[in-house]
Design a protein around this ligand. Sequence first.
Ligand SMILES: [Mg+2]
Length: 441
Amino acid sequence: MRGLLSFYRGLYTLSNRQARRKAGIVGSRCGLCGTPSTSKPQPGFGLLFDIDGVLVRGRLPIPAAKKAFEKLVDSQGQFVVPVVFVTNAGNCLRQTKADQLSHILGVPITQDQVIMSHSPLRMFKKFHDKCVLVSGQGPVLEIAKNLGFKNVMSIDMLRESYPLLDMVDHNRRPKLPSNPIVTLSKVEAVILFGEPVRWETNLQLIIDILLTNGNLSSVHQTQKMPHLPLLACNMDLMWMAEAHSPRFGHGTFLVCLENIYKKITGKDLKYEALMGKPSELTYHFAEYLIRSQAMQRQWKLPITTLYAIGDNLMTDIYGANLYNRYLEERAARKNPKAVAQMVAATGSTAAVPREEEMDSLWESELALPSATSCKSVLVCTGVYNPNAEVPSDANRCIKETVFHGHRDFRFDPALVEPGHIVQDVLEAVDLIFEQEKFVPQ
Ligand SMILES: [Mg+2]
């Protein structure tokens, strides 16, 4: 934990300076390493912003976003509250996304304020020295190396070494008889970053890797269980681009993979981890970065409340509420009175979260959260349409036909209920400042 914190501290200080330069902020005072000003109000809350549909639409900034961010920085371009950006996008480096945001919002954003769907992989250190196969598009090898993975293999590398395995596209089949070029290491884990370009190639080779336990020279062993560890980022079934109707997202690719695996083996595909919104893992990482920012700025108050601002009920609101539930349960474990109330209400101890549940990966890596609640704020500038016709039985309709969440996430109507609904991100910031009685100077 200490190592990770000091690693981030170094990165944060360096990249903050770079970001300030890029955004054209003048002045040499470094708020992270400078003396804290005791006269300025210190925040006890932090903000998590979704990007698409909240700050931008396609390539265009949403007008309210720039105004909102003018309120979030002081005259020297320093944030007056801890801020992170949480996006399910995953096909670029965090620095690239930070640069885009700095340009769009006109304020300096560092890469340590950006959480992509793959960012929590940084915590999975037990895989960093293993040979991992990565699937997705864009600079996936570079992204994996940037996250700490030292021995990375791409689907194309597998294809080149085993040219007879990719046979769907007749034009890509080898023209001449060929033998496998067996120079590759045995794959020890698979990481799914995002939807690939050639779905049939990736589906085939990932299934091959799972059924051969990482060694493509072997034949399929459908009884071999458990399969290699599988880590997946971004579960969005669909997403909105410029087209009128939603497009396939990585969640759709996962549906294909899960169903092919089940059809062939009769068993469920199991994930070592699923990350990206609405996964708790992503929010835990966001909370950690918020906490780190407050520490860097030498703000004394613990950050106890998080506000997550987004436009999508199924990812932003569900994720924020799910994390809030985790924080509440965690508080209940520490409060005997609340435990007694829970037992009285349910008539059993089954509903009381067990102590060993605390012993999870993120808590050991990131230390305990200081946040005790996470509030969801829905904006109307993106996917959510307040004027859409509401079905007469909304819960039943969503449950049976519209729930696009991942197989491993249960639908729960309470989790898609936003804490607040506002027009846009400017209204969201105004509302939060009012609720927190926070007046920046
Ligand atoms: Mg969005």
